[in-house]
Write a protein that binds this ligand. Structure first.
Ligand SMILES: Nc1ncnc2c1ncn2[C@@H]1O[C@H](COP(=O)(O)OP(=O)(O)OP(=O)(O)O)[C@@H](O)[C@H]1O
Length: 265
């Protein structure tokens, strides 16, 4: 959590402390290392500055909602964290170190989704299994892999869909299968880029709620890009608004967030 949360917590507890009691130990982020840390990160595409001076610390167990207008750099920020884009300057650390390919087991990523065509010749199990071994898609699964795929499907409430053709599922169901694919290696962090653009309002809400359950039940750290703030707001624990740089970073539900958002959107 950032300084804002910290101050807020301290402030709330202050009046509860009896002078004669032992002072309780309050949650203090200075002793906890961030799971993701960006320092003065800037990203350019040619001459265009896309991200400028991004300082950001994300802690284990947070559910970050990342919002901002089209072109504000949300996907660029996510791809930079994943090491798919290299910043012009600044440093990015994941699990305390610069990102390396060995870390991909611990970071799941769901890119922007396009609906999968009806004829696409793969089952739900095949699609989730691609998250385990990307090269041999249609190789029969080993028992232990099948179990992992089933567990990942179970986590997104799609346990009974293993043998179904992927193209026959609704957009919302396909999206959950892609989340299961990202979960199959049991990552500690999950990044979702606008996981909901092809979905209707109720499907979006279901997915954000499901992500909240994964966050709360499995301690999964989440960063979710979403353009519709009002849908996202009830589910995330921290809101970050981007416009080339960070315009707001704090609790999702406070007047200052509303004020800024009204001005920018
Ligand atoms: N590979 C690229 N080469 C050049 N410019 C790019 C590239 N990728 C993105 N951009 C530009 O960088 C800016 C930020 O893009 P980005 O995709 O990060 O924004 P976003 O906030 O995710 O937008 P959206 O909500 O539309 O997905 C945009 O102006 C985009 O056109």
């Amino acid at each position: 959590m950032n300084d804002h949360h910290h101050t807020h917590k301290n402030h709330n507890h202050e009046h509860l402390i009896n002078k004669h009691e032992v002072k309780p130990i309050l949650f203090n982020t200075t002793n906890i290392s961030p799971i993701i840390e960006l320092e003065r990160v800037s990203v350019n595409y040619g001459k265009n500055v896309i991200l400028k001076g991004i300082d950001l610390k994300i802690y284990r167990g947070e559910y970050i909602g990342l919002i901002g207008k089209n072109g504000s750099g949300k996907s660029t920020l996510m791809k930079s964290i994943l090491g798919l884009i290299h910043p012009e300057s600044g440093t990015i650390k994941v699990f305390g170190n610069p990102i390396q390919s060995e870390m991909y087991d611990k970071i799941g990523y769901v890119p922007q989704m396009h609906p999968i065509q009806r004829e696409f010749p793969a089952t739900v199990g095949d699609i989730v299994g691609m998250g385990l071994y990307k090269k041999n898609l249609f190789k029969p699964f080993r028992k232990e892999d099948k179990d992992r795929i089933k567990l990942a499907l179970h986590k997104v409430n799609m346990g009974s869909f293993f043998d179904r053709p992927i193209g026959h599922l609704s957009g919302g169901e396909q999206q959950k299968v892609l989340v299961a694919q990202a979960l199959v290696r049991d990552p500690e962090i999950l990044l979702l880029d606008e996981p909901t653009s092809a979905l209707d309002f109720t499907m979006v809400e279901n997915l954000l709620k499901l992500l909240q359950d994964l966050n709360q039940n499995y301690g999964l750290t989440l960063i979710v890009i979403q353009h519709n703030l009002e849908i996202l707001r009830p589910y995330c624990s921290r809101l970050i608004m981007l416009m080339g740089s960070i315009m707001y970073d704090g609790l999702p539900n406070i007047p200052r967030a509303d004020e800024l958002i009204k001005r920018v959107f």
